[in-house]
Design a protein around this ligand. Structure first.
Ligand code: ZN
Length: 160
């Protein structure tokens, strides 16, 4: 994914492939590796949502995001986080400004108009997803009913 352009690790933290660790490591089986890779992909999507969410509420910078994300259980290395920030910037969802602070350049990221529009769309999908995946636990029967209804009406088609 976004690993070809790797920013130098800030704050002395090593950058590595295992930048995002799932809380409990699977045994090194093939199924475990596949599960881990898939989980990582999905969680890296969540990380992007976190970044856009926080950038919409004020400028953020890498180290702050790393600490914030760690509180949510995402152990990201700089080598994982910075390429994500760069890709969001190069796609026009974040805008970077370099600020001189204590003799060092700190890269602040703020959300752009395009970033806000992306966030609104993501929030809508996220609400629907949470309603289905989490809500389903509490309401299996009603969910199964509505799915059967939708399937007979031509199935589901999420367009991106
Ligand atoms: Zn957060």
């Amino acid at each position: 994914m976004a690993s070809s352009r790797r920013a130098p690790a800030a704050g002395g933290r090593p950058s590595g492939e295992a930048g995002l660790q799932t809380p409990r490591r699977e045994a090194r089986s093939q199924a475990g590796a596949a599960l881990e890779a898939t989980t990582r992909e999905v969680l890296l999507g969540f990380v992007r949502v976190h970044i856009l969410y926080h950038a919409a509420r004020g400028s953020v910078y890498g180290l702050w995001l790393m600490e914030e994300l760690a509180e949510h259980g995402y152990k990201l290395s700089a080598g994982t986080l910075y390429p994500i920030l760069h890709s969001l910037e190069s796609r026009g969802l974040l805008r970077r400004s370099d600020v001189l602070q204590d003799g060092k350049i700190r890269k602040y990221y703020a959300i752009t108009g395009a970033g806000r529009r992306a966030l609104v769309r993501i929030e809508q999908r996220l609400g629907e997803l949470v309603g289905e995946v989490i809500g389903r636990r509490h309401d299996e029967t009603a969910n199964a009913r509505s799915h059967a209804g939708r399937r007979s009406a031509g199935g589901r088609n999420h367009s991106f």
